[in-house]
Design a protein around this ligand. Structure first.
Ligand code: BTN
Length: 234
């Protein structure tokens, strides 16, 4: 699925949700790699129906239209965000990934990833919100304690976008085996206790299809999809 991402790029000063706009564009035939960005989102969407706040001018809000997306898309996106963090984090913290796609620095979330779309029609929109120069005080109180930012310099927003699209293009072209190896090396959940609707156990790594492997108290292995588990802070 090669091809540079970001052509065309549509930038909005203020928009409801870049993911919503990118989906409108995707259904009307926007090409692979179309990117929608916004300085501010007034109705940003997070996973599991949650809201996502984009403090104006300090966080990236970016959505990419992808034709024929790979099954491990959100894992590739998390690795791309981790690469940006390695390049730009002022404190040089080593990124970890809390399955499926929260990128953490010192246990705090620096980015959120939301893939939406119609896989049967062969497209997805990949939305990424990345805290580049966010003042924690600009975030809602309930997320402030669990969030972090790469730097305090808004001038790094454009550089972060450039690095992100470049890294995403690279990870989308990497084979599953290498992608999974890189992802497993950043697995923040490995060995941690996990509760899900069906019981509890210990995170035992990432399966080849991207699901979370859980070892239960009786030694059984359970595979969980992203929608099945609600994980608290680490
Ligand atoms: C999460 O809940 O962690 C996922 C958050 C995803 C937020 C991004 S910001 C750009 C894009 N537009 C949206 O409305 N959501 C995603």
């Amino acid at each position: 699925m090669s091809g540079a991402l970001g052509h065309p790029r549509l930038h909005h000063r203020s928009i409801g949700s870049t993911n919503a706009r990118a989906q409108e564009l995707a259904v009307t035939g926007a090409p692979h790699g179309t990117v929608v960005t916004a300085r501010e989102q007034t109705a940003g969407r997070g996973r599991q129906g949650r809201a996502w706040t984009t403090p104006p001018g300090t966080a990236l809000a970016v959505s990419v239209v992808l034709r024929d997306p790979p099954p491990l898309l959100t894992l590739a996106a998390a690795l791309a965000v981790a690469d940006v963090a390695v390049a730009l984090d002022r404190e040089r913290r080593e990124p970890a990934i809390k399955w499926p796609n929260d990128v953490l620095l010192d246990g705090r979330k620096v980015a959120g990833i939301l893939a939406e779309g119609r896989l049967q029609e062969g497209w997805a929109v990949l939305g990424i919100g990345l805290n580049v120069a966010v003042d924690p005080a600009a975030l809602p109180p309930e997320v402030r304690e669990r969030a972090t930012t790469l730097s305090r310099d808004p001038a790094e927003l454009e550089r972060a976008l450039e690095l992100l699209l470049e890294a995403l293009g690279r990870w989308l072209d990497v084979g599953d085996e290498d992608l999974l190896a890189a992802y497993r090396a950043r697995d923040a959940l490995l060995g941690r206790p996990i509760d899900w609707s069906g019981g509890h156990g210990t995170a035992a790594g990432i399966a080849d299809d991207g699901r979370l492997r859980i070892r239960t108290g009786t030694g059984d292995e359970v595979l969980l999809d992203a929608g099945e588990v609600h994980l608290g802070a680490l």
